[in-house]
Design a protein around this ligand. Structure first.
Ligand code: HEC
Ligand code: HEC
Ligand code: HEC
Ligand code: HEC
Length: 118
């Protein structure tokens, strides 16, 4: 590998790691949280070179706990996004890392529920 190409890869890695200005808005603060906590690419992707392959919920659960645990954490949210009729769907249906989050519930219940999503 040439020095120039490894430099390019290094810079790309840094760009991934830094939240872009638009991601720093409070509703998009998941990357900042994770960057500050030192969460590494591998912790989520389970690959040295992350690809588009879906990130498994098990990665998130290693640190945050499983659905019953998450349901307890957000027990005051009405309705509870971690204890609904959708069951144990992938965490990344709602939480993202490099994009703003989406609350899947609102696809069908638009305007009905209010969440404090980060
Ligand atoms: C290596 C451990 C680790 C992994 C893996 C991880 N997280 Fe985190 N996450 C943290 C830490 C530490 C924080 C910051 C402290 C906190 O707020 O809990 C955080 C913060 C968050 C927050 C913001 C919490 C808040 O205070 O509002 C969300 C949401 C979140 N993580 C979801 C996820 C999801 C979804 C995944 C999987 C795609 C994931 N995390 C993977 C450790 C991890
Ligand atoms: C259907 C969408 C959805 C799915 C799927 C989902 N979440 Fe969440 N999550 C939310 C919403 C909405 C909130 C904010 C709740 C509120 O209003 O307080 C949240 C909050 C959180 C928080 C912050 C809790 C706090 O207050 O400290 C963490 C951490 C988190 N989720 C992790 C996970 C993990 C891990 C999974 C998978 C096991 C997961 N979530 C699956 C929607 C979802
Ligand atoms: C907290 C978990 C988490 C961390 C840490 C994380 N990612 Fe991701 N990554 C995801 C999730 C979830 C997706 C799926 C789409 C999204 O959230 O933006 C993804 C998607 C990707 C993709 C595919 C993009 C596409 O176009 O589909 C690449 C490449 C990637 N991540 C690289 C990285 C690199 C490099 C790092 C470290 C600098 C990193 N990720 C850190 C969770 C994470
Ligand atoms: C694919 C569409 C769809 C999605 C996605 C969806 N729901 Fe529902 N939900 C429904 C339907 C249909 C009903 C039954 C009719 C009604 O009451 O609106 C329902 C009923 C409910 C009810 C009981 C009735 C009420 O309005 O109080 C709650 C609470 C609820 N959903 C919460 C959630 C939560 C939380 C999520 C995300 C984790 C979610 N739903 C995602 C379609 C959906």
């Amino acid at each position: 590998m040439t020095r120039a190409s490894s430099f390019t890869i290094l810079i790309c890695g840094l760009l991934w790691a830094l939240p872009s200005p638009s991601q720093q808005a409070s509703s998009r603060s998941l990357p900042a949280h994770h960057a500050k906590a030192g969460v590494h690419c591998f912790d989520c992707h389970q690959e040295e070179k992350p690809t588009k392959k879906a990130v498994a919920s098990e990665s998130c659960m290693t640190c945050h706990g499983d659905y019953p645990a998450m349901k307890a954490v957000t027990k005051d949210a009405k309705p509870n996004p971690h204890g609904s009729h959708l069951g144990e769907i992938p965490c990344t249906e709602c939480h993202r890392q490099h994009q703003p989050p989406v609350v899947k519930c609102l696809e069908c219940h638009e305007g009905k529920f209010k969440f404090h999503m980060k």
